[in-house]
Design a protein around this ligand. Structure first.
Ligand code: PMP
Length: 412
């Protein structure tokens, strides 16, 4: 077997948590898709950055120049990580949500999206009045539906998720990019759940824009990325008006700087960006295929174990062949919130439950809420086995305690 141990060390892997019966146990983190633990190398790097902390972009001192170089060098790390074209621009944002807010404010054209999207890639477009296409039961039919919509009424941007945050299923990005380009449209991809799990190559696949979040990529909260074609970002009104985004200001008017500075007004998150860049470099340094193999092994073990318990993962498409390290399901007769509370209170296992900021998709799948298990480079077969054994006890004996409906508390 190839995944008995973690692929890369993460911090907090040995954290201990209290149990409802008064005991304690090792925390089993199966909630990477919400926020992944930091890589040990990233945490070390953050310490080094903080130790050399100085003003960025404006200071003349030596450490200011080091700090500025670190920030600008992070763009190179991100570009390399996603295979950006030489003329693509890397804008640092707060997270994926912020990146799509920026793209939706900058895109001068009509967009088309799917109804499977996380709210981050749904609400900014919905607010603009853009069109939402209903995903079909197969990927092939979904691509046909998208194409039919582009023929019915042209749009110049297609924006879709690279991997579903509810099912982990992936769309073929090269096929999608070719489809969009055939109809004169660009392709934007929500990489929040893809970037931590699979290599992405913008140049090779033809993806025009990509967004992702550092906190799902083994770096701390607060830094994300929008990378892609420069022209829209150079032409758009600055996302946020303020210092750093300008070339020249008089009392009457402002000459804005080109991207990326144009959309990065205010003092940037140097620590977060440096951490994100370090995470990109650590993942890129893994042996080709190692990450995918590690996760595939864990996912297969999990899905097989769930099948033994008669639990089927949620799926959008019957013909999808690949999914990242993330599985959502429901347990017959036990509400999702109760399952999650039970796993935490009785076994120290952290998962997510609810509707995962994808309400339209959950509605269409016909589940009011689900349990989501997600993992990554720090996960082990033991983590998966602990979950399966806890679920097996749940189906045999039911929860031994009552839990508040919101899963927040427990009581005998
Ligand atoms: N897109 C997807 C697919 C996600 O899973 C998430 C996070 N749940 C987001 C976007 C939003 O990411 P963030 O909260 O970091 O902006």
């Amino acid at each position: 077997s190839i995944a008995p141990t973690a692929l890369l060390p993460v911090v907090g892997a040995h954290a201990r948590v209290p149990l409802v019966d008064g005991g304690e146990t090792r925390y089993t983190n199966l909630d990477y898709a919400a926020s992944a633990p930091a890589l040990a190398a990233v945490a070390g790097h953050v310490g080094e950055v903080l130790a050399h902390y100085a003003s960025v972009h404006r200071g003349a001192g030596y450490l200011s120049r080091v700090c500025t170089a670190l920030y600008e060098d992070a763009r190179a790390a991100v570009s390399a990580f996603v295979g950006a074209r030489p003329d693509d621009v890397v804008v640092f944002t707060r997270n994926t949500t912020d990146a799509f807010g920026l793209l939706a404010s900058a895109a001068p054209v009509e967009a088309v999206l799917l109804d499977i999207e996380h709210h981050a890639n749904l609400l900014p477009w919905q607010r603009r009045g853009d069109r939402v296409v209903t995903a079909e039961p197969t990927i092939a039919a979904t691509l046909e539906a998208l194409e039919a919509e582009l023929i019915r009424r042209p749009a110049a941007l297609v924006t879709v998720t690279g991997a579903s945050n509810v099912t982990g299923e992936r769309l073929p990005l090269d096929v999608l990019a070719a489809l969009a380009h055939r109809h004169g449209a660009r392709l934007a991809v929500d990489g929040a759940q893809l970037a931590p799990h699979r290599p992405i190559d913008l140049a090779a696949t033809g993806v025009d824009y990509l967004a992702f979040s550092g906190h799902k990529l083994y770096a701390p909260y607060g830094a994300g990325v929008l990378v892609g074609r420069r022209d829209w970002l150079d032409a758009a009104e600055p996302y946020l008006a303020g210092g750093g985004a300008v070339r020249e200001v008089t009392v009457e008017r402002t000459a804005w700087a080109p991207a990326p500075a144009r959309h990065e007004a205010g003092t940037p998150n140097v620590v977060g960006v440096a951490a994100l860049a370090r995470a990109c470099r650590e993942l890129a340094a893994l042996a080709p295929g190692a990450l995918e193999a590690h996760e595939r092994h864990l996912r297969d073990r999990l899905v097989d174990g769930l099948a033994d318990l008669c639990i089927a993962p949620l799926r959008i498409w019957s013909d999808s062949v690949d999914a990242v390290g993330l599985v959502a399901f429901t347990v017959a007769g036990v509400p999702a919130g109760k399952v999650a509370a039970y796993l935490s209170a009785e076994h120290g296992i952290g998962v997510r439950d609810g509707r995962f900021c994808a309400h339209p998709l959950l509605d269409r799948l016909g589940v009011p809420a689900a349990v989501r298990v997600s993992f990554g480079v720090g996960s082990t077969t033991e983590d998966v086995d602990r979950l399966l054994s806890a679920l097996s006890s749940l189906s045999e004996q039911g929860p031994r305690w009552g839990y508040a409906d919101d899963g927040a508390g427990w009581a005998p």
